[in-house]
Design a binder for this molecule. Structure first.
Ligand SMILES: [Zn+2]
Length: 258
């Protein structure tokens, strides 16, 4: 089930957004809403305010059924979430924004602006070749637009595999570096992995993990960086510590197994 955080009031008075409501307000909404008051963003079916097993508020379809596919529900839920977080970070933000300059056109899944900063977030669903990621990214860069790709796990793994092959070929001359491993990411394609269930998580290669607000703030303030083939916020310190911890845990496990 896709957890949607925003539903529109059927009478046109605006939206209810779970990110902006206190627990008391959410419980009040659950007590006082009437079926049909609130509509799902995907299909306009009646929305029911609920609380997940993990304690997160979300909207569900009244009947459980939706006329759109699970994948497009997920995509829409992700776009609404990213737009809401950008707004909370002080951006003017909207979804599916077409843009153009004299030389190119684009349409961002989510668009944010704050002061001088312009940000395009792409929540890529379908397969896209590494070359296409780079081409689209180049377009944004040429226009002075910051960009970020948020991918679900399978899509993320496919892309990082292509990127690491590219790094191996162009940066390491086709030979594995002496360490035997290297960060798989390319510095011109800022990516992170996004999952919405059971709770919103942002992760990435090399033990990267962040909250969605921290990640978006880092991108807005040019602190989401590619260091040694790994995307990180500010530096690799926290990720190196996490990697070290994982190695120690694995070693302890092996010792226990013997
Ligand atoms: Zn729906």
């Amino acid at each position: 089930m896709v957890m949607v955080i925003e539903a529109a009031y059927a009478n046109g008075t605006g939206v209810a957004n779970a990110l902006r409501m206190s627990q008391a307000q959410w419980l009040g909404l659950q007590r006082n809403y009437h079926v049909g008051d609130l509509l799902m963003p995907c299909c306009n079916a009646p929305a029911v305010p609920k609380i997940s097993a993990n304690g997160h508020p979300f909207f569900a379809h009244l009947s459980g059924a939706c006329s759109t596919s699970e994948e497009s529900q997920w995509h829409l839920a992700a776009k609404i979430l990213v737009r809401s977080v950008l707004e909370d970070l002080g951006c003017r933000a909207s979804v599916e924004v077409p843009g153009s300059s004299e030389t190119s056109r684009w349409k961002a899944d989510v668009w944010g602006e704050r002061g001088e900063a312009k940000l395009a977030i792409e929540i890529q669903r379908s397969y896209q070749s590494l070359r296409d990621y780079r081409t689209r990214q180049k377009k944004y860069r040429a226009e002075g637009i910051k960009a970020l790709w948020l991918l679900r796990q399978e899509r993320y793994s496919t892309l990082t595999r292509s990127m690491s092959k590219e790094r191996l070929r162009t940066e390491f001359g086709g030979k594995f570096p002496p360490a035997g491993h290297f960060g798989p990411c390319l510095a011109d394609v800022p990516i992170a992995m996004l999952e919405l269930e059971p709770t919103t998580t942002i992760t990435g290669a090399g033990f990267f993990t962040a909250s969605l607000p921290d990640l978006l703030e880092a991108v807005l303030s040019d602190r989401f960086l590619c260091v040694d083939g790994l995307w990180c916020i500010d530096n690799l310190d926290a990720m190196s510590r996490a990697a070290q911890l994982a190695r120690e845990r694995a070693a302890a496990q092996r010792a226990a197994d013997i």
